[in-house]
Design a protein around this ligand. Structure first.
Ligand code: GLN
Length: 348
C-alpha cells in the first residue's frame, strides 16, 4: 500500500504554472533521492525469471523540464527494461495513427480495478480489454501499430519509443528471451482477445511484439524525457522533434491518470495527483502537463507491482515542486503575483 506518511512533512506547494528555477529544481531532486535512498521496502519482481537477478539497491531519479532543463540523481543512467511503461507510449502512437474514437472503442479508457495481467477482467466485461494500461488492452493496442508484418510493427514501436526518448532504444535480448519463455498468460490474453474479435492477425505474433516492446532498455533519464514529451504538447523538449500531436498527449495522459498504476491508480492520484505509469522492472514516470516529467527507477515493488522508492521520491517531488494537478490556493491569498485580483475586481 502506498504510504503517504513518507512525505507528509513536505509542504504541499501549489502550482504557479511553471517550475521553480533550475537550481531549485535540482536541489529538490537531489533531496528526494537522498531522502529515500535507504528505504528497503518491497520485493523485486521474479515472475519474469531474469528480473529477479537485478541489484535491488539501484535507485535513480530524473526530472526533465519542458524548457529543456535536465536533472539526474543516483543511478539515473542505469539501463533497465521499460516493461509496462511502454504501454503509454505505444498507446500514444496508436491514437496518433488511428484517432481518438477508434482507439477508444477498441481498447477502452476505464480502470479494471484488477491486476495488470488479469484474465477475469476481460471475461467480466464481455471480452473488452477495458484500458490500454493493463496487459490485455496493451496487446490490443500493439496490434493497432501500422505494418504489413509483425516485424514492421515492431520496428514502428521501436522507432516511435526512440523518438520519445530522443535516442535509439535497443532490445534487452536476455529479458526478452526470459519473458518469451514464460509468458503463457499473455499469450492466453492474446487468444482471448482474438476469440472476442478484438484482435486482427496472429495473436502469438502480436504478443511477441508486445514482449519485445516491454524488453526495450531505458534509463530513468530516458523515461523522464519520454514523459516530458507528453508534457510538452508532443514535442520532445531535448531534441525539438514533434513526436505526436498535443491532442494525443491529452488523451494519453487522461487514461494514464485513471489506470497507470493498475488497481492502485486511485491511491496514487489521491496522494500524488499526477498521471503516471509504472513497470515491473522498477520504473515509474509521472507527467506534469506544461511543466515536465519525473521518473524513478528502483527494483523493489509493492504487491501491485509498483516501485516503492520511485513512488516515494515522485510523491516528494509532486509536493515540493507544486506538481499535484488538484492542489490550489485561493487566488486572493496568492502572494506570488499569479492570479492576484486587481483592486477594481476586489472592490466589486
Ligand atoms: N512485460 C510485463 C508483462 O507483460 C509487463 C508487466 C508490467 O510491467 N507490469 O507481464
Amino acid at each position: 500500500m502506498l504510504d503517504p506518511v513518507a512525505w507528509l512533512d513536505v509542504p504541499q506547494e501549489v502550482s504557479t504554472g511553471t517550475l521553480p528555477g533550475w537550481d531549485r529544481v535540482d536541489e529538490i531532486v537531489q533531496e528526494a533521492h537522498a531522502r529515500y535512498v535507504s528505504e528497503r521496502g518491497g520485493r523485486v519482481a521474479d515472475y519474469i525469471p531474469v528480473l529477479a537477478e537485478v541489484d535491488p539497491e539501484l535507485f535513480g531519479l530524473a526530472v526533465i523540464e519542458v524548457g529543456g532543463g535536465l536533472h539526474d540523481a543516483g543511478d539515473a543512467l542505469h539501463p533497465f527494461s521499460i516493461q509496462s511503461i511502454s504501454k503509454m507510449f505505444v498507446y500514444a502512437l496508436a491514437i496518433q495513427e488511428h484517432g481518438h474514437e477508434k482507439v477508444r472503442d477498441i481498447v477502452g479508457v476505464n480502470n479494471t480495478g484488477l491486476a495488470f495481467n488479469s484474465v477475469i477482467a476481460m471475461e467480466l466485461n464481455g471480452g473488452h480489454p477495458m484500458n490500454p494500461m493493463v496487459n490485455a488492452g496493451a496487446i490490443a493496442t500493439t496490434a493497432l501499430m501500422p505494418g504489413a508484418t509483425a516485424v514492421e510493427q515492431w520496428e514502428r514501436v521501436r522507432e516511435g519509443l526512440s523518438a520519445f526518448a530522443g535516442r535509439p532504444l535497443s532490445l534487452d535480448g536476455v529479458v526478452y528471451a526470459s519473458e518469451a519463455e514464460t509468458n503463457d498468460r499473455n499469450r492466453a490474453l492474446g487468444r482471448l482477445l482474438r476469440s472476442y474479435g478484438r484482435l486482427d492477425g496472429d495473436p502469438d505474433e502480436i504478443v511477441d511484439v508486445y514482449t519485445r516492446q516491454c524488453a526495450l532498455n531505458v534509463t530513468a533519464h530516458d523515461l523522464a524525457v519520454m514523459g516530458a514529451t507528453l508534457a510538452d504538447g508532443g514535442v520532445n523538449p531535448v531534441t525539438g522533434e514533434r513526436v505526436v500531436s498535443a491532442d494525443v498527449c491529452r488523451d494519453t495522459l487522461a487514461v494514464v491518470a485513471s489506470s497507470g498504476l493498475y488497481e492502485r491508480s486511485g491511491d496514487w492520484l489521491f496522494e500524488i495527483g499526477l498521471p503516471a505509469k509504472s513497470g515491473v522492472a522498477g520504473g515509474i514516470v509521472a507527467v506534469a502537463p506544461g511543466k515536465g516529467a519525473a521518473a524513478g527507477f528502483s527494483p523493489r515493488l509493492d504487491d501491485a507491482g509498483n516501485s516503492v522508492r520511485s513512488q516515494m521520491a515522485i510523491g516528494h517531488l509532486s509536493r515540493s515542486l507544486g506538481l499535484n494537478l488538484f492542489a490550489s490556493a485561493p487566488a486572493r491569498e496568492n502572494v506570488s503575483g499569479h492570479g492576484v485580483r486587481s483592486q477594481e475586481q476586489e472592490t466589486r
